[in-house]
Ligand binder design. Structure first.
Ligand code: NAP
Length: 495
């Protein structure tokens, strides 16, 4: 059994970010457990054609590792993966990562005040356990009747087969989320045909990507203050996007008309345009950014099936509309199990309580990071810690700061454990529910993965601005926690 002070599960932005801070600043020993054989999380897994980020590159990177060399405003996925690989290498955290370490079970040993974690590469013990497994790591595969009988390749967008040759193939693309919208333009060129199965139409606004010139990159490299200022500007620009999510009428109207104008200008065919028009309020689902999604439908070999997949057979798909489409390859861009993370079925806290049971009505956490009943457990990018309008990296860094403050508190008081009180957690969750109740995510008339189907609660998103998250949930307040102090023996107390 290997023992360290802190165990981190996952080596995406969250796990690596925390590891880098621990490596740079100390706070005892740590290890990162990574089930795959490379770092990078979602950017390692998602290598489908066209994969890119829809948050500006300078904002979608660690504030403590700015990168003047981003090639463009919105970085392609491969460049982000390389950024994370470089970070792991340069910051000397790679030797602290155990690859192939899929966590099969983790439980709290109350007597020893330690987490015991099992993996195929060994067992580990730690005082602190940080779940940094992300919300886009477990693919959601729809149960489509007849799917096993399909004769051709079927795969999820996050499991793109290496060396797949699509030339001459007719493709069925299931889903119209952020992944599908990036995939379609890339596939339209490569394949003999693509039919898009759309269960609900997305809102798509112009993306407006552009390359940074060599001169711009050199100027940023030479001027760290300018680089920081660029990031700051991008952050506050993105923050303005929150107003539409609380249904402020002018910002909501501006966002809606940007999407409608793009649809009208790019899709002249009236019936196609009607089929591509969403029937819910903009922002209720993630607003997608693309300049070439709608134009792809103008190509002769691309068609829209404006209904869900109903039945699959050996050579094709029958849609809910009753239409049948012959396809050779089926691509499932059907998203991820974000509201019910499988890791929660492997983590047991005090008295054997399973995290998935504590979350049976949906994920909850105090400060979006700590869970009553789970001492010294921290969850990054879990309950109410995502955004629909700004950078996930800002949220992750906020939570990393919180974890470090909590670890410092344990050390400062020579304490063994800390755990949020039930009252503090309930109060926090009630407050988030109150804010969520007037947002477009709960009132916009859509079904989205931001909302837990079991309770209809908004469990994935933080229902406020990213800056409010840092102010309100970014600092460890001992008043909300039961801290198990190792009280000194009376004789040890000095006056
Ligand atoms: P997603 O947003 O969850 O979209 C899944 C799509 O699959 C939806 O259109 C959904 O339809 C459809 N679907 C699911 N089950 C279906 C079924 N049984 N039959 C027909 N359609 C079905 O997943 P995603 O596109 O992979 O994106 C997930 C998240 O990843 C994004 O929101 C974003 O946070 C992130 N992402 C970001 C980028 C980027 O930065 N550009 C790119 C990719 C992903 P309904 O809408 O009707 O449910």
């Amino acid at each position: 059994m290997t023992e360290v002070d802190t165990l981190i599960i996952g080596s995406g932005f969250a796990g690596l970010g925390l590891a880098i801070r621990l490596q740079r600043e100390g706070r005892g020993s740590y290890l990162v457990l990574e089930r795959a054989h490379d770092v990078g999380g979602t950017w390692r897994d998602n290598v489908y054609p066209g994969v890119a980020c829809d948050i500006p590159s300078h904002l979608y990177s660690f504030s403590f590792r700015p990168n003047p060399d981003w090639s463009q405003f919105y970085a392609p996925g491969g460049e982000i993966l390389q950024y994370l690989r470089d970070a792991a290498l340069d910051e000397a955290v790679l030797p602290q990562i155990r690859f192939g370490a899929d966590v099969t079970a983790a439980h709290w040993d109350a007597e020893a005040s330690r987490w015991i974690v099992s993996t195929p590469v060994g067992d580990f013990r730690s005082a602190v356990l940080v779940v940094a497994t992300g919300r886009l790591s477990e693919r959601r595969l729809p149960e489509l009747p007849g799917l096993p009988s399909f004769a051709g390749p079927v795969f999820h967008s996050s499991e793109w087969p290496e060396d797949l040759d699509l030339a001459g193939s007719r493709l069925g693309l299931v889903g119209t989320g952020a992944s599908a919208v990036q995939l379609l333009p890339a596939l339209a060129d490569a394949a003999a045909g693509v039919v898009v199965f759309q269960r609900s139409a997305p809102y798509v606004v112009p993306r407006g990507n552009r390359l940074y010139s060599d001169d711009e990159r050199a100027a940023l490299a030479a001027d760290p203050a300018a680089l920081l200022e660029l990031r700051r500007t991008q952050f506050w620009d993105a923050e303005t996007g929150f107003a539409a999510r609380i249904r402020a009428s002018a910002p909501l109207e501006r966002l809606r008309s940007a999407a409608v104008r793009q649809l009208e200008s790019q899709v002249p065919d009236e019936s196609l345009r009607a089929a591509l028009t969403p029937d819910y309020e903009i922002g209720c689902k993630r607003v997608l950014l693309s300049d070439d999604y709608y134009p792809a439908f103008a190509r002769p070999r691309v068609s829209l099936e404006p209904s869900a997949v109903a039945v699959v057979d050996a050579e094709g798909v029958t849609a809910a509309s009753g239409r049948r489409h012959e396809v050779d390859v089926l691509i499932l861009a059907t998203g991820f199990t974000s509201t019910e993370p499988p890791i929660a079925r492997r983590v047991r806290g005090r008295d054997g309580l399973l995290l998935a049971d504590a979350w049976s009505d949906g994920m909850v956490a105090h400060n979006s990071t700590t869970v009553a009943g789970f001492p010294n457990l921290f969850v990054i990018d879990g309950p109410n810690a995502s955004l629909g309008h700004n950078s996930a990296v800002h949220m992750i860094e906020t939570q990393i700061g919180f974890v470090l403050e909590a670890i410092d508190h344990l050390a400062a008081f020579d304490a063994q454990t800390l755990e949020p009180t039930r009252e503090a957690q309930d109060h926090y969750v009630r407050e988030l529910d109150r804010r969520a109740a007037t947002t477009v995510w709960t009132t916009g008339g859509c079904r989205s993965w931001y909302v837990d189907e079991r309770s209809a609660r908004l469990t994935l998103l933080w229902p406020d601005t990213a800056s409010a998250f840092r102010d309100e949930a970014g600092h460890f307040d001992p008043a909300d926690y039961v801290v198990d102090l190792e009280l000194p023996a009376v004789g040890d107390v000095r006056s």
